[in-house]
Design a binder for this molecule. Structure first.
Ligand code: GDP
Ligand code: MN
Length: 351
């Protein structure tokens, strides 16, 4: 395929490509990384893994880097030099997306942080972690720079892709009309989501028209809605259709959660929030599992169990460490619920 010229049509870039008589439309999509200046090395490593495993030279997708502080020139220069195709954007997050809303009682928040710390919850004391979770729940898709894009693919520093990604995941999202894509799932720590289920249930009960008739709420509740089963898509890898996140349903859901103060009085993560939202508000057939990515984010590894598949995808991961299909993950339940076939091979029991 030969790229002839780019025509910028406002929101959507159209490629005039000669493929016989067919004109191909480029997907409006971007990688997205929230990252600190101090994480430069880890960010470069992640970019390197993607460059190696995903053919962005062919697709030329953009990459947005966001930070609540200004990016240092040294950060920008180093990241730029890692780019062989696609445009990197560096943006500072507006204060309104990374600060305490006026309805938060900050003394109460401090007391709750200390309490969670006594309960030995990870990141219990961290205020920035809470701003991060709130930003990733409700605001990343509202950034000015993101308005030109429809799909995003979140990439954190210090992740790995240890298998080839031979297809265009954005294209798969667009072709299938998927609203959300994920690779690993697992149960959340109970102490971080106190009140989240109640607030969510209240919202869905008050707004039944937002709940999708073909939803997958059973994936997040094994008791027909009475309790949260802690299952969530691990959002450090995720692809999404921002039309979903920019819908009235999602925006209002986030606002309702935010008003309860749970991001600051507890430590709600963006992963359970995205997962509960997608499970209630989306068609279950529009949630896409991307398997065999060889994705690694500490401490979990995805690695195809099938020897031939591992060879074909040039994976350099260790299959005994495979977590995706582990019985403690929630992946099998998703497949059962969606009527999909579960691969025959099971990960090692002892892991
Ligand atoms: P974990 O995956 O839950 O352990 O959390 P991480 O520390 O990996 O944070 C999640 C994402 O948010 C990563 O992409 C981090 O680089 C980013 N992040 C976390 N805290 C901050 C912060 O205070 N400022 C910025 N700019 N990014 C942050
Ligand atoms: Mn992380």
């Amino acid at each position: 395929m030969e790229r002839v010229n780019d025509i910028d049509l406002g929101k959507f870039k159209v490629w005039n490509a000669i493929t016989g008589t067919k004109q191909e439309t480029k997907i409006s999509a971007t990688f997205f990384s929230l990252v600190r200046n101090s994480e430069l090395q880890g960010m470069l490593d992640s970019i390197k893994y993607l460059n190696e495993r995903f053919d962005n030279a062919k697709y030329g997708y953009s990459w947005v880097f966001a930070n609540e502080e200004p990016f240092l020139e040294t950060f920008i220069a180093a990241v730029r030099s890692a780019f062989t195709s696609g445009t990197p954007h560096f943006v500072q997050i507006p204060t309104e997306y990374w600060s305490y809303p006026d309805f938060i009682d900050q003394d109460k928040a401090a007391k709750e942080r200390a309490k969670l710390d006594r309960e030995r919850v990870m990141y219990a004391k961290s205020e920035s972690y809470r701003h991060m979770c709130r930003f990733n729940s409700g605001f990343f898709f509202e950034l000015d720079v993101m308005q030109q894009f429809r799909y995003y693919w979140r990439v954190e520093p210090n992740i790995k892709f240890q298998c080839d990604l031979p297809t265009d995941l954005f294209q798969e999202m667009a072709d299938g009309g998927y609203v959300y894509g994920w690779t690993m799932s697992m149960p959340e720590g109970r102490k971080t989501v106190v009140g989240l289920w109640e607030a969510s249930k209240k919202f869905f009960e008050e707004n039944p028209s937002y709940v999708h008739p073909n939803n997958s709420m059973q994936w997040v509740s094994s008791s027909d809605g009475s309790e949260y089963n802690m299952c969530h898509y691990w959002s450090n890898f995720e692809l999404g259709d921002m039309e979903f996140f920019r819908s009235d349903a999602y925006r209002e859901y986030f606002k309702a959660l935010d008003r309860t103060g749970g991001y600051f009085y507890s430590r709600w993560g963006d992963a359970p929030v995205h997962s509960i939202a997608v499970s209630f508000l989306a068609d279950k057939l529009k949630i896409r599992h991307f398997d065999n990515t060889g994705y690694y984010h500490k401490p979990n590894q995805g690695c195809p169990m099938d020897d031939q598949l591992r060879k074909d995808l040039h994976c350099d991961c260790e299959p005994t460490k495979e977590w995706t299909w582990h019985k403690f993950s929630c992946t099998q339940q998703f497949y059962k619920l969606s009527g999909l076939e579960i691969p025959k091979l099971e990960p090692a029991e002892e892991y």
